[in-house]
Write a new protein. Structure first.
Length: 112
């Protein structure tokens, strides 16, 4: 690829070239929507019981379920992965942030 084409983001032949790219983190698709994985603790609508939610992970459904399985095993809790959000029973923000940063994600604690 020529130096002038390296910064090319749109082409009349290929359209938006940014959507095709892979990043340096081992072939994962480039993150969309800011590229930050948000980890938060929620209690609303759960009868006061804390739940750790992880959103904004740039993975497909199968990858999201696999990541949820690794997080559940590491935390020793139950949970689910649906609609692009991983839910873990209990407050496990510190462990989740540690695991996600080790895997190369840009993680931010969201909420209060």
């Amino acid at each position: 690829m020529a130096d002038r084409d390296r910064n090319l983001v749109w082409s009349s032949d290929g359209g938006d070239l940014r959507k095709r790219g892979r990043d340096e983190r081992g072939g994962r698709p480039a993150p969309s929507g800011g590229g930050r994985v948000k980890v938060r603790r929620e209690v609303a609508g759960r009868r006061g019981k804390p739940v750790t939610t992880v959103s904004g992970v740039p993975l497909d459904d199968a990858g999201l379920r696999a990541l949820a399985g690794r997080l559940k095993k590491r935390c020793g809790v139950g949970g689910s992965a649906k609609n692009g959000v991983i839910e873990l029973q209990g407050d496990h923000r510190d462990v989740v942030v540690e695991v996600l940063r080790a895997e190369g994600y840009d993680v931010v604690l969201a909420g209060g």
